[in-house]
Design a protein around this ligand. Structure first.
Ligand code: NAD
Length: 482
C-alpha cells in the first residue's frame, strides 16, 4: 500500500533554528508522521541579500502549494528597512488566528500554577497591527486601530469551534470596551452574538485589565481565551511564562487556506551551534501541525513521548533544576530521549488523545448585514498653535456657514469648547466637530465648501472623519474621552 504523505514547507531559520528543526523533524519521522517536506530559505541571509521581507518569491510558491508551514525562528537584522517576516506571512495568507496552548507541567517543570491549562487565541491581523501610523503635527503621532466585524467573527468562531473540538468547556473574551466603546465594543458585541450559537459552552467577558490580573492570579479559572491582537500578543507571552517557560510554548497561525506552526521564542543567537537549545516549543508547534493535517495518531504518539520525557526528568538546560530533573541533555540527546519513548504514555501528566483524523476547522461567516448609512457631520482635525481655544473657536464658528454648527472642540479627546477647564493641558492638535445645522444629512458639496472656508481662514486641517449614522445609530464616539 502506498502511504499518502502530506506536503509541508519547512524553514530551518537562524540561530538555534536549524538545531531545533533537525531535532523536531527527527522525532516526527520516527513517530511515523507521513510528511513530504519542501525546504525553503528564510531569514537573515535572505534579508542580507536585499530582500526586505526576508523571504524569496520562490518560497511563496512552495507555501501556496503545500499550504502548511513549519517554521523555525529567524533573526531579524537590526536597523531599519526590514519587514517582519511573521507579519508579512500572516497578512499575505490571512492567518487570522494565533493559537497558543499554555500548560503547566508540574511537578516536573517549575511553575507558580501547577494546574494551569489555558489556550490563548489571539486575533492576528487587525487592531493596532495594521502599521497605519502618521505624524500629524509637531506634537502628535497617531496609530490607527482597526477592528472589523468579519475579522472578529472568524476569530471568535474559531475560538468556540476549537473549544468544542478539543473538549474545552469555557470561552472567555477580554476587551477594553468601557473605554473603546466602538472598536473593542464591536469585538465584545460579536463575541456575545457568536456565543449564542454555542449553548453547550460557557462564555464570559472581562475588561482586559482585571481579566489579565485574574489570569495571572488564578489561571486555572480560564480555559480558552479570545482577544484582539495587542492584548493577545502581550497576554499570550505572559500566559506561556506563567505556565512554566516561554521556551516550552508552540503556536499555530491559522488561515482559511494556509497555516503556519512555530515556537513562540526567537532564534536565541547566543545559544546557536552549541547543541544546547530546547526543541520543545517547535515540537509542540509541530504537534499542532499534525492535528491540522489530520495526523492525530502521530500527534498523540509524539506528544505522549514528549510528556514522558519531561516526566522522566530528561531536561535541557533552560528547564533543568536539581529538584525536578534527572539528566541534563542537549538538543539532539533530548530528541533521542523523546524517540526512545515513542509509544509510551506519561504516568502522572494527562496523556494526549487526539482524534485520529480531523478536517481543519472551517469557519462560515454570518451573512453580511447592510445598514442605512447617512452622514450628519464631520470631525475636522486641525493644527493650531496660537492664542488658545477661544480664538480658534471664533474662527471656526465664522467658517461654519449656513449648513453646519460647531458642536465641540476636543484636545487629545478632552472637551475644551464649549466649556472646558483652564487646567486642561493642550497640544497643537484639535478635533473640531461640525454637525448639520438642522440635524439633517450633509452632502459632499457642503463638506468641501466647509473645508474650503477653513483653508481660506488659514486653519490647516490635518484630516477629517465623517460622522455617520447606521440605521440612525451614531457610528462615532459622542463625547470626550474618559
Ligand atoms: P529569544 O527568544 O531568541 O531568546 C531569549 C533568550 O531565551 C535566549 O537568550 C535564551 O536564553 C532563551 N531561549 C529562547 N529559546 C530557547 C530555547 N529553545 N532553548 C533554550 N533557551 C532558549 O529572544 P531575543 O534574544 O529577544 O531574540 C533573538 C532574535 O530572535 C531576534 O533577532 C528576534 O528578532 C528574533 N525573534 C524571532 C521570532 C520568530 O522568528 N518567530 C520570535 C521572536 C524573536
Amino acid at each position: 500500500m502506498t502511504e499518502i504523505r502530506t506536503p509541508i514547507t519547512v524553514a530551518y531559520g537562524d540561530g538555534i533554528g536549524p538545531e531545533i528543526m533537525r531535532a523536531t523533524l527527527r522525532i516526527l519521522e520516527s513517530a511515523g508522521a507521513a510528511l513530504d517536506i519542501e525546504t525553503i530559505e528564510i531569514g537573515e541571509a535572505v534579508y542580507k541579500r536585499g530582500v526586505p521581507a526576508g523571504i524569496e518569491p520562490s518560497a511563496w510558491d512552495s507555501l501556496r502549494r503545500t499550504k502548511v508551514f513549519l517554521k523555525a525562528p529567524i533573526t531579524t537584522p537590526e536597523g531599519g528597512g526590514f519587514k517582519s517576516l511573521n507579519v508579512t506571512v500572516r497578512k499575505t495568507f490571512g492567518l487570522f488566528a494565533n493559537i497558543r496552548p499554555c500548560q503547566a507541567y508540574a511537578p516536573f517543570v517549575s511553575t507558580l500554577h501547577p494546574t494551569m491549562d489555558v489556550v490563548i487565541i489571539r486575533e492576528n491581523e487587525e487592531d493596532l497591527y495594521g502599521g497605519i501610523e502618521h505624524r500629524q503635527t509637531e506634537d502628535v503621532v497617531q496609530c490607527l486601530k482597526l477592528i472589523t466585524r468579519p475579522g472578529t467573527e472568524r476569530l471568535v468562531r474559531y475560538g468556540f469551534e476549537y473549544a468544542r473540538r478539543y473538549g474545552r468547556h469555557k470561552v472567555s473574551c477580554f476587551t477594553k470596551d468601557n473605554i473603546m466603546k466602538l472598536t473593542d465594543g464591536l469585538f465584545h458585541e460579536v463575541f456575545d452574538e457568536v456565543a449564542t450559537d454555542y449553548p453547550d459552552l460557557e462564555s464570559e467577558h472581562w475588561i482586559v485589565d482585571i481579566g489579565a490580573a485574574k489570569l495571572a492570579d488564578t489561571p486555572e479559572n480560564f480555559d480558552v481565551v479570545v482577544l484582539p491582537n495587542l492584548y493577545g500578543d502581550i497576554l499570550s507571552d505572559v500566559a506561556a511564562q506563567l505556565a512554566g517557560s516561554v521556551g516550552l510554548a508552540g503556536s499555530a497561525n491559522i488561515g482559511q487556506e494556509v497555516a503556519m506552526f512555530e515556537a513562540i521564542h526567537g532564534s536565541a543567537p547566543r545559544r546557536a551551534g552549541q547543541d544546547l537549545a530546547n526543541p520543545s516549543g517547535l515540537l509542540l508547534g509541530a504537534i499542532q501541525m499534525l492535528m491540522h493535517i489530520g495526523q492525530g495518531d502521530a500527534a498523540s504518539i509524539v506528544h505522549n513521548a514528549w510528556l514522558r520525557t519531561i516526566e522522566d526528568g530528561v531536561h535541557t538546560y533552560d528547564i533543568f533544576s536539581p529538584d525536578h530533573s534527572r539528566e541534563k541533555v542537549g538538543t539532539s540527546a533530548f530528541a533521542d530521549a523523546v524517540i526512545a519513548r515513542l509509544g509510551k504514555t506519561p504516568k502522572i501528566l494527562p496523556a494526549a488523545h487526539y482524534p485520529i483524523s480531523t478536517e481543519p476547522i472551517h469557519i462560515e461567516l454570518s451573512p453580511r448585514r447592510r445598514s442605512q448609512k447617512t452622514q450628519t457631520g464631520i470631525d475636522v482635525f486641525v493644527e493650531w498653535n496660537s492664542d488658545g481655544v477661544l480664538s480658534l473657536a471664533k474662527l471656526l464658528e465664522e467658517c461654519s456657514g449656513p449648513d453646519f454648527q460647531l458642536s465641540m472642540i476636543t484636545n487629545r479627546g478632552q472637551k475644551v469648547y464649549p466649556g472646558g477647564a483652564p487646567e486642561t493641558f493642550c497640544v497643537d492638535h484639535w478635533r473640531c466637530r461640525f454637525e448639520a445645522n438642522d440635524s439633517g444629512i450633509v452632502t459632499t458639496a457642503q463638506l468641501i465648501s466647509l473645508l474650503a472656508r477653513l483653508d481660506g481662514a488659514g486653519i490647516p486641517f490635518i484630516k477629517t472623519e465623517g460622522l455617520y449614522r447606521f440605521d440612525g445609530k451614531p457610528g462615532y464616539s459622542l463625547g470626550q474621552g474618559q
